[in-house]
Every structure is written in C-alpha cells, then in structure tokens.
Write a protein that binds this ligand. Structure first.
Ligand SMILES: Cc1ncc(COP(=O)(O)O)c(C=O)c1O
Length: 421
C-alpha cells in the first residue's frame, strides 16, 4: 500500500491522533544493524531507536527467540530457569543493594511497580519529580508528566525545575547552580512536610533524557538523593532510556554519580520484545509482593527470558559499552567543532551514544528554536539519517542510535549534518 493510502487507513483504524514521525511519514519495512529500509527501497541510518539496542534483527536475539518460541512460551506461574538467570544477571550489574526483580512488559508498568513499592515501603504518598518529566502513561505514573513547579492540583506530587546549566535558575559557578537546584529539592520536601504528607520518594531519569539531556552540576544527584533519604523517601532511577550502556556506562546513575534504591529498566531489554523490570533490595521486593500480590500475564515468560538473556550476551560479547563510549565521544567532539559554524546550533550535550543538540533562535539569546530543530530533523531524514526532536522545549535534536553504531556511520552522518547546517 502506498504511504498516502496507508496513512488514511491508519487514521481510520487507529484514530487520527496516533503519533507519527516526520512531515512525510515513513513506511519502514526492514531493519538490520543500524540500517532501515523503507517501502520504496530507500535506506536510512537509524540514529534514533534505542529499543533494538544491539541492532535491528540481531541474529543471536532472533535465534534465541525463535528457539524459545518453538519450544515453550507460557505465563510465569511455573518454574523456569531462564527468567531466574535473567534476574541474576541483571542484579549483578548493580551494586549489592539491588538483589531482586519484578518483571513487567513496559516502562510504564515498571515505574508503576516502583512507585507502589516506594509507597508500600515508606508508608508515604508524596513523590518528587522534575517539571518536564515523562515516565509513562498509567494513572499513577502519568501524574508525574510535565508537572508545573508549585502546582497545587495534586498534593502528592511536587515538581522541581529540572537541573541544567544552559538555562540555569541561578547565575554563578557549578557550586552556585548546584545550591540553587538543591534548594528546590529542599522546598519540595518542606512542602510535603507542611501539608502533612509523608514522602515516598524521588523518581527521575538519571540523565534527564526527556527534559533534554541537560548538563547538570557534578554532585547534584548524589546530594539530592541524600536529602530524599534523610527525609524518609526512596530514590528511584528510571533507566528506561538511560540504562543498558546507552551512555557508555551500564547505568545512567553511574554517569550522574548516585546510588538508587529502586531501578527501572525497559525499552532496550528485549531488543523489541516487550520486557521491563523493577529491581530493588530483596526486602523491598518481598514487601511489595506480600502487600500487592502482583501478577502480570505476559511478564517473566520464557520468551522474555530468552530475549533478555540474548541481549545481555550481545552487549557483553560485542563490548557495546566500550563502543558507545568510543564512538559517542568521537561523534560528540566532531559535532562540537561544528557548533560555532551555525548561529542556531548552541550546544552538544549527553553521554556515549545519547546526544542532544540544542537549537536556539539565534546565537545572542537562548530562546529555544523548536521549528528550526524540526526542520533539521526532516532535512536529515530526507538525506537518509533518522533523528528526532525532544526536550522540555522540543528544540533538542536527539541522537540515540542502536549501540552497534560505528565510527563509519558517524562519519557519514557528520558529512550530511554539515551539509544540512
Ligand atoms: C524515561 C522514560 N520512562 C518511562 C517510559 C515509558 O515507557 P513505555 O513507553 O515502555 O511504557 C518512557 C517512554 O518513553 C521514558 O522515556
């Protein structure tokens, strides 16, 4: 079906609001590694998708899923070694305090589990999040979506301005900026205390991906986590975007320098098969299970286990953390050398293979240029490179390719990016 006919049919059957990328939507029919092919046979370098984190159609993952699906796939109420092995491997990737896992099928579900776990453990109901957060779309989790600072509609949610150096809430050096943002955490804690609401926790993406990957003061997260714990709350790191070596390190909390009590993972875990997890201490998980009797039909299945273990195999065998670090650093430094060549291109931020390019109206001010970013994204797409725009102002060009993205792909992109500039 051609794109116009397919779009009309899609609008009819899925509803008009179902989101699509690009001015001229793409019909992708095939993927391999970092390459995608559309229905007209045009190929693209995928610089956006973190779900197929070890590359589209990776043969090791495809074979593992094929073998498991042709042998057994049932719900989780039988003993099965695969899922226990996956939980074992996952927890070993964290510090000793993370011991047990509740599996689910989406980032939303895993964040929902994390919030309930924190409520059950602390007896509290107050959550702190940023003012430009997205952690999922269930009733509980969506309460954290784009909450204005000092909102009064929902007394159990308190937002602080996401930390950043580019449009910092304070002048001065790193320390002054850090102090200003820590003050907003103190304010959030104090506002719960004033309203007699017990704190349950802080839930953040450790690298503030949806907020736009801002550069943050070096010790902010460690100090914020400390304050939350001292006030009786738990610290939840939403690693749905930041985890799985995306930043060149296994976890976003390693990059931002803090230790969480609860870790949420999702998108890349199954290379496309829905698989997510909420990991914490054994006490937290046991308490959660005892008090909620949580069950999820499609979670902890043998197929999830096969895909999840195969993804971990590939990340380890192909040393994809090191690849993300090396290729990401190269891409970042080359992009930085282009900042001065265009008045709209203000900054490169991010870590490993997760970069954000800040687009502004002109070099003399910091006004976000959403339309300019969208124009660049569409121009890059026309030339065969898939990115998107994101961030609190939607003015960040988001680069987040599968972890098998190589230097030769970076070089191809840099040439086209310079042309588009
Ligand atoms: C940081 C973060 N957390 C959670 C989610 C929700 O994940 P899912 O769409 O799998 O429910 C998203 C989705 O984009 C996300 O970016």
């Amino acid at each position: 079906m051609d794109n116009h006919a397919l779009l009309a049919k899609r609008n009819q059957r899925l509803g008009v609001g179902a989101a699509l990328f690009y001015n001229e939507p793409l019909q992708i029919v095939k993927g391999r590694g970092v390459e995608l092919e559309d229905s007209a046979g045009k190929t693209y370098i995928d610089m956006y998708n973190n779900v197929p984190c070890v590359g589209h159609a990776h043969p090791h993952v495809v074979n593992a899923m094929h073998e498991q699906a042709s042998t057994l796939n049932v719900h989780s109420r039988y003993l099965h070694e695969g899922i226990v092995r996956l939980a074992d491997r996952l927890t070993e990737l964290h510090n000793d305090a993370i011991e047990s896992v509740v599996f689910a099928c989406s980032g939303t579900e895993a964040n929902d589990i994390a919030m309930t776990m924190a409520r059950v453990a602390t007896g509290g109901s107050g959550f702190i999040c940023t003012n430009a957060a997205y952690h999922g779309n269930s009733q509980q989790v969506s309460q954290l979506t784009y909450v204005p600072v000092a909102q009064t509609k929902n007394p159990n949610i308190c937002a602080f301005p996401f930390p950043e150096k580019f449009r910092a809430i304070s002048d001065g050096d790193d320390q002054a900026i850090e102090a200003a943002y820590l003050h907003t955490i103190d304010n959030a804690i104090a506002s719960f205390q004033a309203a007699n609401i017990k704190l349950a926790g802080l839930l953040v993406c450790p690298i503030f991906a949806n907020e736009g990957l801002p550069q943050i003061p070096a010790h902010f997260m460690a100090k914020a986590a400390d304050r939350v714990r001292r006030a009786g709350g738990l610290v939840i790191s939403d690693e749905v975007q930041a985890g799985y070596c995306r930043t060149g390190k296994w976890w976003g909390y390693d990059v931002s320098g803090f230790q969480p009590d609860i870790v949420v993972t999702g998108k890349p875990m199954g290379n496309g098969l829905p698989l997510s997890a909420c990991a914490a201490s054994q006490d937290l998980v046991n308490d959660y299970r005892a008090k909620t009797r949580y069950f999820n039909t499609f979670a902890s299945s043998p197929l999830q286990a096969a895909a999840g273990n195969a993804v971990l195999d590939v990340i380890e065998e192909e040393q994809l953390a090191a690849n993300a670090q090396k290729v990401g650093a190269y891409l970042r430094s080359e992009l930085e050398s282009l900042v001065a060549t265009n008045p709209h291109f203000a900054e490169v931020r991010g870590h490993g293979l997760f970069l954000g390019l800040e687009w502004v109206k002109d070099e003399d001010n910091q006004e976000p240029d959403r339309d300019g970013a969208i124009q660049m994204v569409n121009a890059l797409k026309d030339k065969g490179f898939l990115t998107s725009n994101a961030g609190a102002f939607n003015n960040i060009i988001k680069i987040r390719p599968p972890l098998v993205f190589a230097q030769k792909h970076a070089d191809q992109f840099l040439q086209v990016f310079a042309e588009c500039l």
